[in-house]
Design a protein around this ligand. Structure first.
Ligand code: KG4
Ligand code: ZN
Length: 345
């Protein structure tokens, strides 16, 4: 099967063509960063309007890159939620219209299910994990640890009690006067750090046996330090703070992921979501899982942030079962975390 994926849950308009085995035939992402950057964060109405402008050109580009037309597609998978409702509606309505006009089936996919499936995409030179595994999903809206069993069951092992990791980075960057999105901005500043290290930041819920995350105290600690510095916040100090702040986020994510693997005795870890594009996180994961004898699976950075290839793959088993949500498909800003992960590939 060849599946057309569509993703518009936040500020990326994305479309991809993927086979049901997870081979990526094309993946096109149109980012709205330039539109939201000056606002310091995503403005929902601006996002919806930009999706309306980009959605058809992006879908056309994905089809053309895969050298296919709509007639050669076996089904459409679109992100149904969670996300910004106006943004989601653009993807969902477009998917329904295309499905109706081309008489193809269409299925709605949970955005997190897409992130969890990203490591299953068959990308040259990348092995795919075998179940069971522990999954860390760290994005702008979610930070959770799951146990994905041999069947299709998904059990939540831990989740953030306040901010998501990406949200902590975005808010931290704002406090430091850096641009949006904050994750890449903090990563870039941290990489330039060369002087004395800043005092380490606290790690939230840093207790044995606790797999939940907390990042709001970290953000408050940064706000206090930035406030105390006032005019004294020069570029050298800012870089040192970025390094220490990034390290606190990375350390919490890695420590809890390793603990989740060891406690559940599943020595296989897959990591996805936008924050997994961070190179310090990727390096630290490689070092610490290597020492602990845990197998690590990390999608390439462009498949960690929002994309439609992961959505197409997550929709593949539903289409394979003959599902077609066309009349009932509705966007949903809030959706419970899925309790099952598709088996495919
Ligand atoms: O998965 P994603 O693209 O969208 C959501 O589903 O939220 O994740 C976006 C988040 C943002 O908070 C962004 O700052 C963060 O991922 N992010 C990064 C990096 N690239 C994106 N965080 C740290 N380092 C990066 N290189
Ligand atoms: Zn996402």
């Amino acid at each position: 099967m060849r599946i057309l994926g569509i993703e518009t849950s936040c500020d990326e308009t994305a479309s991809a063509v993927v086979t049901s085995q997870g081979r990526v035939l094309s993946s096109v992402v149109s980012s709205q960063v330039k539109l939201h950057g000056p606002m310091g964060g995503v403005v929902p109405e601006i996002a919806s309007r930009a999706h309306v402008r980009s959605i058809l050109p992006v879908i056309r580009a994905a089809l053309s890159e895969a050298s296919i037309d709509l007639g050669g597609i076996d089904g459409i998978a679109v992100t149904r939620g969670p996300g910004l409702i106006g943004a989601l509606l653009v993807g969902v309505q477009t998917a329904k219209a295309l499905a109706w006009s081309s008489r193809k089936p269409v299925v709605g996919v949970h955005h997190l299910m897409g992130h969890m499936m990203a490591p299953m995409l068959r990308i040259e030179g990348k092995p795919c994990p075998k179940r069971p595994w522990v999954a860390l999903v760290a994005s702008g809206g979610h930070t959770s640890l799951y146990a994905v069993s041999d069947g299709s069951g998904v059990v939540v092992l831990g989740q953030t009690r306040d901010d998501a990791a990406g949200e902590a980075l975005d808010k931290g960057a704002k406090l430091l006067g850096l641009g949006y999105p904050g994750g890449p901005a903090i990563e870039a500043e941290s990489a330039l750090h060369a002087g004395n290290d800043a005092r380490p930041f606290p790690r939230g819920l840093n207790r044995r046996g606790v797999l939940d995350f907390s990042f709001s105290g970290l953000k408050t600690a940064l706000a206090v330090r930035v406030g105390a510095l006032g005019e004294g916040l020069d570029s050298v100090t800012r870089r040192a703070l970025c390094r220490a702040y990034e390290e606190a986020v990375v350390d919490s994510l890695v420590t809890k992921s390793l603990a989740a693997c060891l406690e559940s005795r599943i020595l296989r870890l897959v990591v996805s979501g936008g924050v997994a594009a961070n190179s310090r996180l990727r390096r630290t994961l490689e070092e610490r899982t290597g020492r602990a004898g845990i197998e690590l699976f990390l999608p390439p950075p462009e498949y960690c942030t929002d994309n439609a290839a992961m959505i197409a793959l997550a929709g593949a088993p539903m289409l394979d079962r003959g599902e077609n949500h066309v009349m009932d498909l509705a966007a949903a800003a809030y959706m419970p975390v899925p309790s099952g992960l598709p088996t495919c590939g």
